[in-house]
Design a protein around this ligand. Structure first.
Ligand code: PMP
Length: 456
């Protein structure tokens, strides 16, 4: 495919991309030929490209722009902090006000008993921190053999060596000999794709029982922790059957292993609660955070740790881990302002009471479409399964229907992401009902265009 831009500026930037840029999660050669779409500005729930197209960003960037684009308060918080103290590190017994105020603000919204935060630059680094901290914890407790982390196939926990190993994406494991030793995976609770003839409830129990099976196989004395996203995001907005989390809780209560919730997507209001763990009534020992923490305006991640774990870590001497940008003062100032806006403007309450029920109702209207096998969602997360046969849930093999639909969306002013043949959305938390109407209208149009292309 050749580049189709009409604006000379676009061609200039695409030329720079071609000559100098290696883009994440991209086919370098294909991108050279096609040229990236250049995004130049944004406001509210909309982004604009260099060709002047206005696009409704139903993915909030990469799940992260919770309070929407264009909030001056965050720019001002960053500017003020940059002038006052642009950088200082937290190593060797120093700290600065923004990181301490932020640790307190996060403790105030985190589940009861989770009052300490270790800061990182990203979600991946948060999970790297988790892996090292969990093993350190068991070593301090005199059980250094407890090293194995159980994770789930098709879970996503980042792209560093530890993050990609914890994740269960086979296409990531294939590059670079992953996973690293000491990480094992169990099946995911993805009923639509893998539930076969079982009811969702029975399948949820089966999927949860895989955790117990794995604990027994590896040996409780070797298992350090189980990590899971409350709802799998990058895997395709996989919402576990109602039976899943209660059964997992029952299993976790029987064994002496830690439970880590990866809240990088679900945290900071996505489900209509502050954290996905609140939504499901789960009580993790640690929670990884990033994305919505700063609404993506500046990179920041972290790990929230339960008090009992901290008490043990306090006995362990130095924790030999940290990053130059752990708790960066500018990122911390932005995060504080972001949390203030989420709280003072009651954005999460509005998601819970108004916009999430509305989005879920409107999205489900698409279930009658000939291509749609299932519509599911929670809070402001949604997934639309594209199928050839609605009854048997059979896919269009090898047609790349998801990517066809994604392209129609892009061309018609809507960003929806394709995970295989599952279309997913995660709009900014500030999306209005009128913007939800626009989203659903455009989604239906793009489903029609996709149907015309693949059924022709
Ligand atoms: N965990 C989850 C659940 C994620 O969705 C992501 C990012 N998509 C990460 C971890 C990794 O975060 P980052 O890209 O900031 O390293």
């Amino acid at each position: 495919m050749t580049k189709q831009a009409s604006n000379p500026q676009t061609l200039h930037w695409q030329g720079l991309s071609d000559a100098h840029h290696l883009a994440p999660f991209s086919d370098f050669k294909q991108l050279k030929e096609k040229g990236p779409r250049i995004i130049t500005k944004a406001d509210g729930v909309y982004i604009w490209d260099s060709e002047g197209n206005k696009i409704l960003d139903a993915m909030a960037g990469l799940w992260c722009v919770a309070i929407g684009y264009g909030r001056d308060e965050l720019a001002e918080a960053a500017s003020k902090q940059m002038k006052e103290l642009p950088f200082y590190n937290l190593f060797f017994q120093t700290a600065h006000p923004p990181v301490l105020e932020l640790a307190k603000a996060i403790s105030d919204i985190a589940p009861a008993g989770m009052n300490h935060v270790f800061f990182t630059g990203s979600g991946s680094e948060g999970n790297d921190t988790m892996l090292r901290m969990v093993r350190h914890y068991w070593a301090i407790k005199g059980q250094p053999k407890k090293k194995v982390i159980i994770s789930r196939i098709n879970g996503y926990h980042g792209s560093t060596v530890a993050g990609a190993s914890l994740g269960g994406m086979t296409y990531m494991h294939e590059q670079g000999d992953l996973p690293i030793p000491g990480i094992v995976h169990i099946p995911q609770p993805y009923w639509f794709g893998e539930g076969g003839d079982m009811t969702p409830e029975a399948f949820g129990i089966w999927a949860a029982e895989q955790l117990e099976k794995k604990i027994l196989e590896v040996g409780e004395e070797n298992v350090a922790a189980f990590i899971a996203e409350p709802i799998q995001g990058a895997g395709g907005v996989i919402i576990p059957p109602d039976s899943y989390w209660p059964k997992i809780r029952e299993i976790l209560a029987k064994y002496d292993i830690l439970f880590v919730a990866d809240e990088v997507i679900c945290g900071f209001g996505r489900t209509g609660e502050w954290f996905g763990s609140d939504f499901y009534g789960n009580t993790p020992d640690m929670m990884t955070i990033a994305k919505g923490l700063t609404s993506g305006y500046i990179p920041m991640g972290g790990l929230i740790v339960r008090d009992e774990i901290v008490e043990v870590l306090n006995q362990g001497g130095d924790f030999n881990h940290g990053f130059t940008y752990s708790g960066h003062p500018v990122a911390a100032a932005v995060a504080l302002e972001n949390i203030r806006i989420l709280r003072d403007e009651k954005i999460i309450e509005r998601v819970k009471n108004e916009t999430a029920p509305y989005l879920q109702k409107r999205l489900r209207e698409l279930a009658d479409h000939p291509l749609v096998g299932e519509v599911r969602g929670v809070g402001l997360l949604g997934a639309i399964e594209l199928v050839q046969n609605k009854q048997t849930r059979a896919r269009f093999e090898g047609k790349g229907v998801g990517m066809i639909c994604r392209q129609h969306c892009f061309d018609n002013g809507l960003i929806m992401r394709a995970v295989g043949d599952t279309m997913i959305i995660s709009p900014p938390l500030v999306i209005s009902k009128a913007e939800i109407d626009e989203l659903v209208t455009k989604a239906r149009l793009c489903l029609d265009l996709t149907a015309a292309a693949v059924l022709a």
